[in-house]
Design a protein around this ligand. Structure first.
Ligand code: ZN
Length: 203
């Protein structure tokens, strides 16, 4: 066995030992499901179709972070029982890491493509990822900047949830673009952002 394999085998032995004691492989805190008897372990191994040495138990928080990639909804879809999260704040840390990775990806993109990088269509997925994980304080800064640059039209319409909705005419006026061009770009690039529900005038 190479040194790495020895380490791996040792890691698995420790994980299994923790599992038998009813402790989480990652944070070593008691899980909701353990401790496991040898008979229970044999049953679950047969059920999963894996080797005993491949089995390790996790608390629900670590399951979301390490198995579900920080996505609570996705993690829940992998389990038959409801998730019991003791430390939802760990998930905020995962969000933060994802946001930092997205910011780094944008930075690298800018370094490679120069100042015109914002106009490149291939930057769009990077921006989407960036805004998807951006914490509220960062979102607020972007909104404030957009306000300052006078890029956001006045709120004249809202949807059923009360969120502002802008017409293509309003956006075209702000950006100095033809309405038809705004409509075309919305359809091509932001189809999922087009309001499909009720829109109410607030003036
Ligand atoms: Zn844990």
């Amino acid at each position: 066995m190479s040194g790495d394999q020895t380490l791996l085998a040792e890691g698995r032995r420790i994980s299994l030992e923790l599992t038998k004691q009813g402790l989480c492989e990652y944070c070593k805190q008691p899980t909701e499901h353990g401790p496991w008897t040898d008979a229970q372990l044999a049953e679950v191994i047969a059920d999963l179709g894996c080797e005993l040495s491949d089995f390790a138990d996790h608390c629900d928080d670590c399951f979301v972070v390490h198995v579900g990639g920080g996505d609570v909804e996705h993690s829940q879809s992998l389990l038959k029982r409801p998730l019991l999260l003791a430390h939802p704040e760990h998930l905020a840390q995962v969000q933060r890491l994802k946001f930092m990775a997205a910011a780094k990806a944008l930075q690298d993109f800018r370094a490679k493509h120069g100042p015109g990088y914002r106009q490149s269509p291939s930057s769009l997925p990077l921006w989407e990822e960036f805004f998807k994980h951006a914490p509220p304080d960062v979102m607020k800064k972007f909104e404030d900047k957009a306000m300052e640059l006078n890029l956001i039209p006045d709120t004249k319409f809202v949807n059923d949830a009360g969120d502002p909705v802008f017409s293509a005419e309003q956006i075209a006026e702000k950006l100095g673009m033809p309405v038809a061009e705004v409509e075309k770009q919305m359809r091509e690039r932001f189809a999922d952002k087009i309001e499909t529900g009720n829109v109410h005038s607030i003036q």
